[in-house]
Design a protein around this ligand. Structure first.
Ligand SMILES: [Fe+2]
Ligand SMILES: [Fe+2]
Length: 217
């Protein structure tokens, strides 16, 4: 389905305001930088154009732009959907009066991430959820997921592998899966490569331990 309607001139101006706000905040954050926001917007538009569900362009674009605003100055990110929704509502209230529309946008922010534990329901919510998941796939997505993580290399890699493998299968729309097919294949290749690397290191550690035993004899 193509978008249900065209955005009004006024809405376009509001979107420009949001872009300025989001760019300023995300430019300084690592991992979830402005490029992620742009990719999620681009993916959202692409998915929305392909699916049958009706999608409102203004609600979708605002939600996609603001989806990770809760990540700014929030190192763990565990509440970034819920906190981001409060930030979104506060910010949007300064731009528009329509509370219903604001709520629809803030729900996209809450439900785009599994950390909020509330699954997406409206088409706009599902589209942004899928668009964000698509940006975590492939080489770049894997890199982004590793940035800023702490812990042992093995733990980080295993944790990323488990999450990325699940992402593709959690996509709501078959159209999203089609869009992400190549990226998913790329993810599988990286997983094979990383698993080989981890196994090699484990073997080397084992060999060194044996070597230690020889020295102790
Ligand atoms: Fe997020
Ligand atoms: Fe994101």
């Amino acid at each position: 389905m193509v978008f249900t309607r065209k955005m009004t001139k006024q809405e376009k101006l509001i979107v420009e305001e949001i872009i300025r706000f989001v760019e300023d905040k995300h430019n300084r954050s690592e991992g979830h930088d402005y490029s992620n926001i742009l990719e999620v917007c681009r993916n959202s538009i692409e998915i929305a154009r392909k699916i049958r569900d009706p999608v409102d362009p203004f609600i979708l674009i605002c939600g996609a732009l603001l989806h990770d605003i809760g990540r700014i100055n929030a190192p763990s990110g565990l509440f970034h959907g819920i906190d981001g929704a409060s930030r979104t509502e506060e910010f949007m209230e300064s731009l528009i009066d329509d509370i219903k529309t604001i709520r629809k946008i803030s729900k996209i922010v809450v439900r785009h991430t599994a950390t909020s534990m509330i699954p997406p329901q409206s088409p706009e919510e599902k589209v942004v959820f899928d668009a964000d998941a698509l940006d975590r796939l492939g080489y770049m997505g894997m890199m982004r997921g590793i940035m800023g993580k702490t812990g042992t290399m093995e733990h980080i890699i295993e944790n990323r592998i488990a999450k990325r493998m699940a992402d593709y299968h959690k996509l709501y729309y078959k159209e999203s899966r089609k869009l992400g097919k190549t990226l998913h294949k790329e993810t599988l290749d990286i997983v094979t490569m990383l698993r080989k690397g981890l196994a090699k290191r484990a073997k080397q550690i084992h060999e060194i331990e044996n070597y230690k035993l020889i020295l102790e004899e």
